[in-house]
Design a protein around this ligand. Structure first.
Ligand code: C2E
Ligand code: CA
Ligand code: CA
Length: 506
């Protein structure tokens, strides 16, 4: 972190330099010299003539002449203003990129600010290493590294996508910090100078940020280019609250389902219900984009009711279709878990559909269990468990829950967070962590599920280590209810087939 006074001085230098080195100064110089002579004679003339170059040198004007455009460092929009003017003048074009670390907040929680600063430093160095002279990497801000390319003759959409891919490949290598490796991925947004005919740096920065929202909504590892229609796609905050509340009531916010399978038998052991906003114009909006709005509007309980009743309705749908789905997992927010009427509400929903409590898995975040001394939360979870509902401890490994709090909350299964599962087949450190969690779970008599399993190799290794269940893109992405029956049937057919390995050739 730069010292605030040093930063203020640096900013003053940039401003002075801009004022002293701009074309306006050249226009004033003869007038300044002449007035000095009139006012004070030769002595003043000498002072101004010699003083100006000294001042010019002090603010780095000569340095700027010999080494153009390496500011130390202006804001993104200021740099873009300069580059837009330069590109226009020399009939060139350039791109501005925002490289955003996926899961920045989670990594920050897990490793702390100092470690993240170092990760971002390394990431910035790697980005610099794949760029050319004149391209500028600005200071990272909240996990986002801005990159402004030097103007060139040709930079179109295709070429910018290539650059983005190159940046992504450079960033997405594990960063080793002391004894651990941190796996990072990034989503990248960019916009092109030719999309900004009015040469407005602030606008170009804003556009790139709009594209970044879109990239983040499609993270991990998404790349998005800014386009004109994105302007209208971005929802303003006050609109969003109204819209989200209405979407909840009109059924636009609905559960999608992601399967969980047993590593032992390959059979489906459940589906997790994940909220999706199916927006008529904007397509699928992920929960990360609307949950905070619902939360601040005090609507999480209402979301919980909608998700619960629709997830249980899905169970009855699977039962009617004759497929075997033992249980559905529903995420319960802390707000809901504090409701003294929660048990009655859940029972009423189960009874209404004639379902036994063991068909419902309640997912509670590890952070809630770790941080709530709240007796109401513990009471609710224990009552639901006593009635036969299953309790999953979500995002395990991120929340520092003590063993006694796991015991206090009648947890039946822990869901090992994706950050431990990533690349577990290739990284001994990840393997050690997962092994430690699995052996702890075994001693406590808890079942286990690994989240975010993306590859067959991760799946195979987790099975070998003795993890009970797996869930992740490698098995299937979350899907709307309508697609689940086809997926279940195809999966059952795959499981029934005897494995090819070791089979006799006939
Ligand atoms: P979560 O409960 O940990 O859900 C798992 C998230 O990981 C889901 O993101 C899922 O789409 C994603 N995921 C699954 N497999 C993979 C994989 O292999 N790789 C990667 N990179 N990601 C994978 P999603 O659906 O965006 O949900 C984000 C979070 O939003 C959830 O995290 C949960 O905390 C919250 N959430 C979602 N629906 C609800 C809900 O109905 N109520 C409440 N209270 N929270 C919800
Ligand atoms: Ca969950
Ligand atoms: Ca989770």
């Amino acid at each position: 972190m730069p010292h605030p006074r040093r930063q203020a001085l640096a900013e003053l230098r940039v401003k002075l330099r801009q004022a002293l080195t701009g074309p306006q100064m050249l226009a004033f110089l003869p007038a300044a010299v002449l007035s000095a002579y009139w006012i004070g004679g030769e002595a003043y003339l000498l002072a101004v003539s010699l003083g100006f170059p000294v001042l010019y040198a002090a603010v780095g004007g000569f340095g700027q002449m010999s080494q153009p455009k390496v500011p130390d460092l202006p804001k993104l929009e200021v740099l873009l203003d300069q580059r837009l003017a330069e590109a226009h003048h020399r009939q060139k074009v350039f791109a501005c990129f925002l490289v955003s670390m996926d899961d920045h907040d989670e990594l920050l929680d897990r490793y702390g600010q100092a470690a993240m600063d170092r990760v971002l430093e390394r990431v910035s160095d790697r980005i610099r290493a794949v760029l050319r002279h004149g391209d500028i990497v600005l200071k990272p801000d909240e996990g986002v590294v801005p990159v402004v390319m030097a103007p060139v003759r040709l930079m179109d959409l295709e070429m910018a996508i290539q650059v983005a891919r190159r940046l992504q490949a450079a960033v997405e290598e594990p960063v080793s910090l002391e004894s651990t490796s941190i796996y990072v991925s990034c989503s990248i947004a960019f916009s092109l100078s030719q999309q900004n005919p009015h040469r407005n740096g602030l606008k170009m920065a804003q556009n790139t940020h709009v594209a970044l929202d879109d990239a983040r909504a499609n993270a991990p590892s998404a790349i998005r280019a800014w386009s004109e229609h994105m302007k209208s796609a971005r929802l303003t905050r006050s609109h969003l609250t109204d819209q989200a509340v209405r979407a909840l009531e009109s059924g636009q916010i609905q559960p999608w389902f992601q399967p969980q399978i047993s590593t032992d038998t390959g059979q489906i052991t459940g589906f997790e219900a994940l909220a999706r906003w199916v927006h008529p114009e904007q397509g699928i909006i992920p929960p990360g984009d609307f949950l905070p709005t619902l939360e601040s509007a005090g609507m999480m309980e209402r979301l919980g009711e909608v998700m619960l009743s629709r997830a249980l309705a899905a169970l009855t749908g699977w039962d009617r279709a004759g497929v075997n789905v033992p249980s559905v997992g529903v995420n319960f927010a802390e707000q809901e878990l504090r409701n003294p009427n929660l048990t009655e509400k859940v029972n009423w929903e189960l009874d209404r559909l004639g379902l036994t409590p063991d068909r419902l898995t309640i997912e509670v975040l590890e952070t809630v269990v770790a941080e709530t001394p709240d007796d109401m939360v513990a009471r609710n979870i224990n009552e639901l468990a006593a009635q036969g509902c299953r309790i999953d401890l979500d995002d395990f490994g991120t929340g520092h829950a003590s063993i006694s709090s796991i015991r206090r909350f009648a947890v039946g299964r822990i869901k090992i967070d994706r950050s431990f599962v990533m690349k577990v087949d290739r990284d001994p450190e990840q393997q050690r962590m997962v092994t430690a969690i699995l052996s702890m779970a075994e001693r406590l008599g808890l079942d286990t599920l690994a989240e975010g399993v993306e590859t067959p190799a991760e799946h195979a290794l987790l099975a070998q280590l003795g993890c009970g269940h797996v869930q992740g893109f490698g098995i299937a992405r979350p899907m709307p209810f309508d697609q689940t029956l086809d997926w279940i049937r195809a999966h059952e057919a795959r499981v029934k087939q005897p494995p090819l390995i070791g089979r006799k050739q006939v």
